[in-house]
Design a protein around this ligand. Sequence first.
Ligand code: UDX
Length: 437
Amino acid sequence: MRITVVGTGYVGLVTGTCFAETGNNVTCVDIDENKVKKLSSGQITIYEPGLEKLFERNLKEGRLHFTTGLAEGIKDAQVIFLALPTPPGADGAADLSFVLKVAEQLGNLMTDYKVIVDKSTVPVGTAEKVHAAILKNSKVEFDVVSNPEFLREGVAVDDFMKPDRVVIGTNSERARKVMGDLYAPFVRQGNPILYMDERSAELTKYAANSFLATKISFMNEVAVLCEKLGADVDMVRRGIGSDDRIGKRFLFPGIGYGGSCFPKDVQALVRSSEEVKYDFKILNAVMDVNEKQKVFLIPKIKAYFKDGLKGKRFALWGLAFKPNTDDIREAPALYIIEALVNEGATVCVFDPEAMPNVKQVVGDKIQYAKHQYDCLEGADALIIATEWSVFRTPDFDQINAILKNKVIFDGRNLFDVQRMQELGFYYESVGRAVSKP
Ligand code: UDX
């Protein structure tokens, strides 16, 4: 099939590359000339495990193309995916201007039947708006389909190639057939393609992300309660997760959810609810809990250093909002840095992938270490904000030798409390006992 993907951000690039991998001819369109130049010459623009290999192979074999020209890009396409940004506007609702602008242009450019697919996360009713925007100028038949994306950063290629489900929202038989054929190679294992109307497909994405965010905020509140009642959240997590109705996954307490999806999508669903005069009470609470959670460690740190944080030096491991990505959007580490710097502390950070991105935002307000142990030099405590594998089994002798005090604040519960006690560390984590040697 001949496919066009408009927008070469995270979702667009993964979508385009993975469709090329199953033998389709894919053209990716982006207005950013620099990006298109880089991608055309084989330089990948995002960090995503496994993507580079597929990208290089499909580029070399001529199944993947990049252009800045929308007209040229969609000329022979049967399916056009819109993977454009939908950032939150001033009121928290998703801003559809990028999507609708391209839709209007498509109306002018299309010369035969095409299926236009909303891949970006867009509020309920967007497919209808996109349809109307294309119709303004269109002289040919077309269908608009809602096909939300459920990719997780870090495992996006796997998620795309072996999805738990594919959601296709359309009432058109013709579009349904095209989309079914396109996705058939991805669901061979037996996972379902779920066909539904556009509005249900659009809401499915928001409901999925909001439910997962609710699970996290719920566990974060349980963790607070564990600390207050003297219970251990790891035990409680296992205790409840063994029940199939609850499930083992996504029950890990920490310093809040971040990234490009959960914070934006929960907020957008709350705004959508408000628009139809519905007060989605649970989601408001989910957002409140997450706000507090991002700086959950700060009161603990302040309570430990009774004479204040001014002049103190902290080592911070982990900046990305989660491991295996360089994405720092809504990363809890940024809030921790801000709080510490505002208190007059010095912060030295290390992250395996995300340091260049943080440098762009935070600049020289903090120091950047070459190695995870370098930033411990002269530090009063170590703080852990992201659960990268390299932090999971560190050399505690080395930490002990370099760190000024044997003090660790861990926002991701990486270490066993008992072991830390034996090693002689003051160790505070989330929802568990404090190790006080
Ligand atoms: C998420 C959805 O999982 C994906 O389906 C959707 O398409 C996009 O949003 P992603 O943002 O890549 O994917 O991250 P995910 O792995 O889901 O984690 C989201 C956040 O939740 C991270 O900040 C993570 O640290 C946090 N989290 C996750 C927890 O705090 N505890 C958990 O148990 C799981």
